[in-house]
Design a protein around this ligand. Structure first.
Ligand code: NAD
Ligand code: UDP
Length: 328
């Protein structure tokens, strides 16, 4: 039985990856320090003989007994609000954490896939974004802690590949959503859905003309799975190219949720990318992959998930209004 280590296992994507690898017949070791994750995301795996969990901060030396075939490094705050609240931890998990996991991969002769992001393109001047675009990132801006940690992560991963001959994979993930996102993580989908469920107005940052392209989690996991098993070591974009302005997206959420609330406008966060759409030509060619779940279907499943949360979870919203925070 092959064994895979998944860091960030108690998070949104990490927990879905655990499920996928168990389903594919792997033994999964999940690792997390719960800084933005939730034990509940893994509760259904308790007692599963093909799963074990280790509570650990990956910025500290990572010690794993026995063999490892694959490592998927997904530990990192991922929401702009999270990485503004914990900037040093964000820098450390992308840099020191990645270094530890590359060292572990080398010691175990394991293949490692690291979770990079569309944020490496910053506020892009090329549209849609292709993998050969170098990006437009403000190193000292508030988002720099995440963007630069991820850029460093890519650099050190390529160095381990070139210098040590390590088997490495880099996925550049574009905005992904679905069940198990944290309702209070501040990202636009949980933010709008939480506001609709609590009967609050929907907060649009800026004038809402900025765009995003949202990928449903099952499509994202499929792309990551195929990339890991491919023989391609350069970065690959995985995301859904169906682009929409945030203003139009708010209207879609109002229709979906049936809320009678209105939209209100807040300040645009500093360095908020104005447009984002993945060019997935490479993933199509290399992995024979493209997204299958449309936005209306994916949003409905996601809203059903948020509707199933308890009152306590619904009101445990630490990020109701954070536009002031983000511009500090
Ligand atoms: P998430 O916050 O739900 O999950 C991240 C997990 O990592 C959490 O469980 C957290 O507790 C854990 N973690 C953070 N620092 C850690 C540390 N030092 N040691 C151990 N565990 C630690 O976020 P997510 O959306 O699931 O994102 C997962 C990964 O995918 C991240 O690396 C993120 O940068 C990347 N990504 C996600 C998206 C997206 O749209 N969801 C987009 C681009 C990139
Ligand atoms: N956004 C918004 N209202 C919110 C939360 C986010 O208008 O309550 C905007 C945000 O400014 C950005 C987009 O929605 O332009 C996506 O934000 P998110 O935090 O989901 O992710 P990002 O793609 O910026 O990392």
């Amino acid at each position: 039985m092959k064994r895979v280590l998944i860091t960030g296992a108690a998070g949104f994507l990490g927990s879905h990856l655990c499920d996928r690898f168990i389903k594919e017949g792997y033994y999964v070791t999940g690792m997390d320090n719960f800084i933005t994750g939730d034990k509940k995301n893994l509760s259904h795996l308790e007692g599963n003989p093909n799963f074990e969990f280790i509570e650990h901060d990956v910025t500290e030396f990572v010690d794993i007994e026995g063999n490892l075939d694959y490592i998927l490094h997904f530990a990192s705050p991922a929401s702009p609000i999270d990485y503004l609240k914990i900037p040093i931890q964000t820098l450390k998990v992308g840099s020191l954490g990645t270094h530890n996991l590359l060292g572990l991969a080398k010691a175990k002769k394991a293949r490692i896939l690291i979770a990079s992001t569309s944020e490496v393109y910053g506020d892009p001047l090329v549209h849609p974004q292709t993998e050969d675009y170098y990006g437009n990132v403000n190193t000292i801006g508030p988002r720099g802690v995440y963007d630069e940690a991820k850029r460093f992560q890519e650099s050190i991963t390529m160095a381990y590949h070139r210098f040590h001959g390590l088997e490495t994979r880099i996925v550049r993930i574009f905005n992904t959503y679905g069940p198990r996102m944290r309702l209070n993580d501040g990202r636009v989908i949980p933010a709008f859905m939480g506001q609709a469920l609590r009967g609050e107005d929907l907060t649009i940052f800026g004038d809402g003309s900025q765009t995003r392209s949202f990928c449903y989690v099952d499509d994202q996991i499929e792309g990551i799975y195929r990339l890991l098993l491919s023989d391609y070591s350069l970065p690959v974009n995985i995301g859904n190219p169906n682009e929409i302005t945030i203003k139009d997206f708010a209207e879609e959420i109002i229709k979906l949720t049936g809320t009678t609330q209105k939209v209100i406008y807040k300040d645009l966060p500093v360095n908020d990318p104005m447009q984002r759409q993945p060019d997935i030509t490479l993933a199509k060619k290399l992995l024979d992959w493209e997204p299958k779940v449309g936005r209306s279907e994916g949003m409905k499943i996601t809203f059903d998930f948020f509707k199933s949360l308890t009152e306590e979870e619904l009101y445990k919203s630490e990020h109701k209004d954070f536009s002031g925070y983000i511009n500090k």
